[in-house]
Design a protein around this ligand. Structure first.
Ligand SMILES: Cc1cc2nc3c(=O)[nH]c(=O)nc-3n(C[C@H](O)[C@H](O)[C@H](O)COP(=O)(O)OP(=O)(O)OC[C@H]3O[C@@H](n4cnc5c(N)ncnc54)[C@H](O)[C@@H]3O)c2cc1C
Length: 381
C-alpha cells in the first residue's frame, strides 16, 4: 500500500524521519523559505510520550537555529528565563560546594520544556506536514525511482532526499553505516516530582531555579527545575545492560534498587528519589564513536542524535537544531542541492567529532572515580 505524501513545491522532494527538535527545526526552516517537506514520526501524537527534561538553548547553537527559522522571538517569549541557576552539592552532606546564580535578566541560556519547544516548532509548519504514528522501518529504493520509506502500513515516497532525524537508534543511519551506539556504562534513572513548591518545598529550595548536581564515587544525583512547578531528577550510576537494552528496548528498575545504590548519600538527595511521584524512565547513556564517518550516499543524510549521539552535557538538542538549520540553509541556497548536502555533511561531522570528544571527556570526569573532585572544576555546559 502506498502512503500519501504532500505535494512538493520544489525539487528535491524531502522526507524527514523524526519529528524531534532536529527534524522539526529543519521542517520549520524549509517552510520559512517556501519549501515543503514530509515529516514521519513514530509518536502517535505530538504529546503522546513524555518527551524528557528541560532544555537550555545556547546563544551560539540552539538560539542561532531558531533565529534562522524565524522563531527566536517566539522562543524568548515562552522560555523560562529565571531557571538558569547552577549548583554543585556535596553528596554526603548536601552542602553547597559551588553555585552560579545569574543576575535577573542576564542569563544567556533560557530553559524550555521539550513539549513546549515541540509545539513552538509545529506552529511554524503547515498542518499535515507531520505524519504521526509513522514508524519508519527501513529506507529502500522506491519503484518509481529515488528513495522510499518502509512503514508498518506501507511504502512512502518517492523522495529525492531522506533526512534521518530519528535519534540514537536511527533507521536512516543504518542505510549509511552499520555502526551502532555504544553504552557508556552509565544509566540515568529519571524521576518526576510535581507541584514541588506546595508538596516538596524543601526539595524545591535544594534544587533552586535551575540545575543541581551532586557527584561522587562514579555516581550522581542531578535535578532540574522544569516548567509547571515540576522537578525532574536523575539518579546516575554504573550498571550492566541487558541484551534488549543494548538494542534500544527500555528496561524497568525498582526504586528501592536505585535507593540502595545511594546508601550513605545525604538524606535530601535520597529524598529526590524516595519522594518522587514516579519513576519516569530508565535511560542507558549511549554514544556513537566520535570518529564515526561514512561514505556519502546520494539523497541520504542524518542530523542530530542520529548522526552523533553523545553523552548528555547539555549539548545534544543544541547541536541537533543547529545541524537542522544549517542543512536547511544549504538546501535552499545551493545551485546543486546534492553538493549542498555533501558540504553540510562533512562540516557537521567535523563539528560533531570535536564536541563529542569534549562531552566524552566531561562525562568521564563526572562519572569516573573521583568525579566529585573533578566536578568542582567543571562548568556544566
Ligand atoms: C538524560 C538526558 C538528558 C539530556 N539533557 C539535555 C540537555 O539538557 N540539553 C541538550 O541540549 N541535550 C540534552 N540531551 C540530549 C538530547 O535529548 C538529544 O541530543 C536530542 O533530543 C536530539 O534531538 P534529535 O531531534 O536529534 O533526536 P530525538 O530528540 O531523539 O528525536 C527523534 C525523533 O524521531 C522519532 N523516531 C525515532 N525513531 C523513529 C522511526 N524509526 N521512525 C519515525 N520516527 C522515529 C522519535 O519519536 C523522536 O520524535 C539529553 C539526553 C539525555 C539522555
Amino acid at each position: 500500500m502506498n502512503t500519501p505524501v504532500p505535494t512538493f513545491t520544489q525539487r528535491p522532494r524531502i522526507a524527514i524521519v523524526g519529528g524531534g527538535p532536529g527534524g522539526l527545526t529543519l521542517a520549520a526552516l524549509l517552510e520559512r523559505h517556501g519549501w515543503t517537506s514530509a515529516v514521519f514520526d513514530a509518536d502517535t501524537a505530538a504529546d503522546a510520550r513524555d518527551q524528557g527534561g528541560t532544555l537550555d538553548l545556547h546563544p551560539n547553537e540552539g538560539q542561532v537555529a531558531l533565529a534562522k527559522a524565524g522563531l527566536l522571538d517566539a522562543f524568548m517569549a515562552v522560555a523560562r528565563h529565571d531557571d538558569q541557576e547552577e549548583r554543585l552539592l556535596d553528596p554526603a552532606t548536601a552542602a553547597v560546594l559551588r553555585e552560579e546564580i545569574p543576575e535577573p535578566g542576564t542569563g544567556q541560556r533560557p530553559e524550555i520544556d521539550r513539549l513546549v519547544l515541540r509545539r513552538l516548532l509545529l506552529d511554524a509548519i503547515a498542518p499535515g506536514t507531520v505524519r504521526w504514528g509513522a514508524r519508519v522501518r527501513e529506507v529502500v529504493d522506491h519503484p518509481a525511482g529515488g528513495h522510499g520509506l518502509r512503514l508498518d502500513d506501507g511504502l512512502a515516497g518517492p523522495f529525492d532526499l531522506v533526512v534521518g532525524a530519528d535519534g540514537a537508534w536511527s533507521r536512516v543511519r543504518r542505510a549509511l553505516t552499520p555502526v551502532m551506539p555504544i553504552y557508556t556504562g552509565v544509566t540515568f534513572v529519571e524521576f518526576w516530582l510535581s507541584e514541588v513548591d506546595q508538596r516538596h518545598p524543601a526539595l524545591a529550595r535544594l534544587v533552586g531555579h535551575g540545575t543541581m548536581f551532586a557527584l561522587g564515587d562514579g555516581k550522581g544525583v542531578i535535578a532540574q527545575r522544569n516548567g509547571g512547578g515540576t522537578i525532574r531528577a536523575y539518579a546516575a550510576f554504573h550498571r550492566e545492560l541487558s541484551a534488549d537494552e543494548r538494542t534500544g528496548i527500555p528496561a524497568t528498575i525498582d526504586r528501592a534498587e536505585v535507593l540502595a545504590r545511594f546508601e550513605g548519600w545525604a538524606v535530601p538527595l535520597r529524598a529526590l528519589i524516595a519522594e518522587a511521584d514516579r519513576l519516569a524512565a530508565v535511560r542507558p547513556i549511549m554514544a556513537l564513536p566520535p570518529s564515526l564517518d561514512w561514505a556519502a550516499r546520494a539523497g541520504l543524510t542524518v542530523i542530530g542524535d542520529a548522526a552523533h549521539v553523545m553523552p548528555p552535557l547539555g549539548t545534544g538538542v543544541n547541536l541537533a537544531m543547529l545541524d537542522a538549520a544549517e542543512l536547511g540553509e544549504a538546501l535552499v541556497a545551493a545551485d546543486e542541492w546534492e553538493a549542498g548536502v555533501a558540504a553540510f555533511e562533512s562540516a557537521m561531522l567535523a563539528r560533531a567529532r570535536r564536541v563529542s570528544l569534549e562531552c566524552q571527556q566531561g562525562f568521564s570526569d563526572m562519572f569516573g572515580v573521583g568525579g566529585a573532585q573533578r566536578a568542582q572544576d567543571l562548568a556544566p555546559r
